[in-house]
Design a protein around this ligand. Structure first.
Ligand code: ADP
Ligand code: ADP
Ligand code: ZN
Length: 215
């Protein structure tokens, strides 16, 4: 089963994707994570996109489509792909459809996580991740354990993203509403759109998504 998790920055896509990886052996394809890796390892592409990402603008369709194309060639046994933070434009959405078709695959569900802007600001400003395994934390809703060790891997270095500041977030929200939200109509028309209340507790969101996948 292949799904898209759609929603603005901070909606909980990464948190839910990790849960699906653990419980259903799915493969998370986060273009944001791939771009950050390219930046951290100092590749030419990584250096090209660093400023764009810091501002909260979208990187070019060509770059992210290229990243996804490589991953779709993964023929190992798994429970399906979770597209997290991709597609973000109509051009990316049509490219994804073509890539899936060319490799004999299809998209099953597009799940929109609905969260209002006030909640997004709170979520983004409290977000951190484990530097080792990527587990996602939040200062209020999912704080680091008292012993300072990651619940998943025991490491004790937590990172905050440079672009998780108010100015960049405002820009990322504008990009979302201008360029990504038209995908809601696109997938609705294809009969694939499912909506989930992303404001609910993480476990409740998990259950809503599970109900869609098991239906
Ligand atoms: P968030 O978790 O806040 O939704 P991501 O980690 O998905 O953010 O993305 C971080 C940044 O990486 C974006 O602000 C954008 O600059 C870039 N990016 C990630 N995915 C895409 C994409 N599909 N198209 C264009 N830019 C992207
Ligand atoms: P995205 O990948 O969509 O940008 P994340 O999964 O990184 O979003 O979540 C953003 C922040 O919100 C993180 O700090 C995470 O711990 C927190 N968070 C995610 N889901 C929920 C939820 N249902 N309730 C409260 N906080 C949440
Ligand atoms: Zn960890």
């Amino acid at each position: 089963m292949n799904i898209i998790l759609l929603g603005p920055p901070g909606a909980g896509k990464g948190t839910q994707a990790r849960h699906l990886v653990e419980t259903r052996n799915m493969v998370q394809l986060s273009t944001g994570d791939m771009l950050r890796e390219a930046k951290d390892s100092g590749t030419e592409m990584g250096m090209m996109v660093a400023d764009v990402m810091a501002r909260g603008d979208l990187v070019t369709d060509e770059i992210v489509i290229g990243l996804i194309r490589e991953k779709l060639e993964d023929k190992s046994e798994h429970g399906g792909f979770i597209f997290d933070g991709f597609p973000r434009t109509l051009a990316q959405a049509t490219a994804l459809g073509e890539l899936l078709e060319a490799t004999g695959q299809k998209l099953d569900h597009v799940i929109e996580l609905r969260v209002n802007d006030d909640a997004l600001v709170k979520r983004i400003s409290g977000r951190s991740t484990c530097g080792q395994c990527g587990e996602v934390y939040h200062d209020v809703t999912k704080p680091h354990p008292e012993d300072g060790k990651c619940v998943k891997c025991g490491a004790s270095d937590f990172k905050r993203r440079a672009d998780d500041n108010e100015e960049s977030l405002r820009n990322r929200l504008m990009e979302y509403y201008k360029k990504t939200s038209p995908l809601l109509g696109y997938y609705y028309a294809l009969g694939m759109l499912k909506r989930v209340d992303g404001l609910a507790d993480m476990k409740v969101v998990q259950a809503s998504i599970a109900a869609i996948l098991d239906n």
